[in-house]
Write a protein that binds this ligand. Structure first.
Ligand SMILES: [Zn+2]
Length: 394
């Protein structure tokens, strides 16, 4: 398997003509399809500075192509005359602005994906609705909650092990929560089969599993990243955008004899990956890690100190950089289900475009840099020696 990142990006259905969706980016919201446009968008502009007093509405319940939190933050920039309008009108205005920043091909893809999600949400009946909103007290084990609320490196270290540099393991999800989530996953697998609905799989490498964000769990997972994973990543992974994680791809993978068996060596399309084993009973399925690499060095060999194997424990999380190369060995018996959260930082991705040296996190860049330093020290020494020799002979 190539190290191409097993991207979670979905490219299916993208029209090469770029125009297949009529009025792409001009889509209407549920409920306002028969009303004439209530606001004239063309002559309204966003404010330069946010209205900090204004309390934005919640957009959590809407299935839109942009995250609900983007709408909440953008609402403070709306022209004053729009603040009192119905939420649907505000959404329409903000969507049109946001869509302008996407190229046409991307817009079509986003539009198609939005329709796909709406199709699921409108017919899938969740089994445990409480999973769909974040309730920290029932989602996490108390030790994890305490460590995050203390929010210091010391408090995080107190619940974590770092068995190999950059790989952190800790107890995270409440057993009851794992149980309910497993039942929910089973429920939507059943729904997918009964409805003969063709679902998009989580990435290019897994033939089983499902994208949680497509099943209504996006908002809940957004809160998991914002409130819990970002504070930890800010401390342990600042050099890969850990402090600025702002989007995610959340999915379930399933392994076993009648599922995916193993997973080839790869890097994730994420800055930071949270991998939680939900259960059930299984043997095998160990993760093997082989050092962190930048794009340029992704296929270079690994050094002995980079070799690390990890055996999953239900309820326990592994947190690592997305660029930490890894794979999963065969799950030899039973059934293993893991929750994966690929956390991304748009700021980091933008900055990376202008950088060439990733020695703060790439094992190979770092090795090359040390080599260069050694070389330059040696050259300086030689230079000094020559000078001395020169002086002694005169
Ligand atoms: Zn490198």
């Amino acid at each position: 398997m190539s190290l191409d990142g097993g991207s979670g990006d979905r490219r299916e259905g993208q029209s090469p003509a770029g125009n297949a969706v009529a009025g792409g980016g001009n889509g209407v919201l549920p409920g306002d399809s028969i009303r004439p446009a209530a606001v004239s968008v063309s002559n309204q502009r966003l404010r330069l500075n946010p209205n900090k007093e204004h309390k934005p509405e919640s957009y959590d319940d809407l299935q839109l192509e942009f995250s609900p939190s983007i709408f909440s933050s953008l609402e403070r920039y709306l022209p004053p005359s729009m603040l009192g309008l119905p939420r649907a009108d505000k959404v329409k205005f903000m969507r049109e602005i946001l869509l302008k920043y996407l190229p046409q091909g991307e817009r079509n893809r986003v539009q198609k994906h939005r329709e796909y999600r709406q199709k699921i949400i409108s017919s899938y009946q969740p089994l445990h609705r409480e999973l769909y909103t974040m309730h920290p007290g029932t989602t996490f084990v108390p030790s994890f909650l305490k460590a995050v609320s203390d929010n210091t490196e010391e408090s995080f270290r107190s619940i974590m092990s770092e068995p190999s540099p950059g790989i952190f393991t800790f107890e995270i999800l409440h057993p009851r929560f794992c149980e309910l989530l497993l039942l929910e996953v089973e429920n939507f697998e059943k729904w997918v089969n009964n409805a003969k609905f063709r679902i998009m799989r989580p990435n290019t490498m897994n033939r089983y599993g499902a994208v949680l964000d497509d099943f209504g769990l996006e908002t809940m997972l957004d809160k998991l990243v914002d409130g819990f994973i970002r504070p930890i990543s800010k401390v342990f992974f600042p050099e890969v955008g850990g402090a600025t994680l702002d989007s995610h791809h959340g999915f379930i993978v399933e392994y076993g004899n009648d599922r995916d068996v193993d997973l080839g060596f790869h890097v994730d399309d994420s800055e930071v990956t949270l991998n939680v084993c939900l259960g059930k009973q299984f043997s095998g399925g160990e993760l093997f890690f082989r050092g962190t690499r930048c794009d340029k060095h992704v296929n270079t060999g690994s050094h002995s100190e980079e070799i690390f194997d990890y055996s999953h424990v239900p309820g326990q999380a592994v947190l690592h950089r997305g660029r930490h190369r890894h794979g999963a060995r065969a799950t030899t018996s039973g059934h293993r289900i893991n929750l994966l959260l690929w956390c991304r930082s748009s700021v980091f991705r933008e900055m990376k475009k202008y950088q060439k040296d990733f020695s703060s996190w790439c094992g190979e860049c770092s090795r090359e840099k040390k080599e260069r330093q050694r070389f330059s020290v040696a050259a300086t020494k030689l230079e000094l020696l020559r000078k001395e020799e020169g002086e002694s002979t005169t």
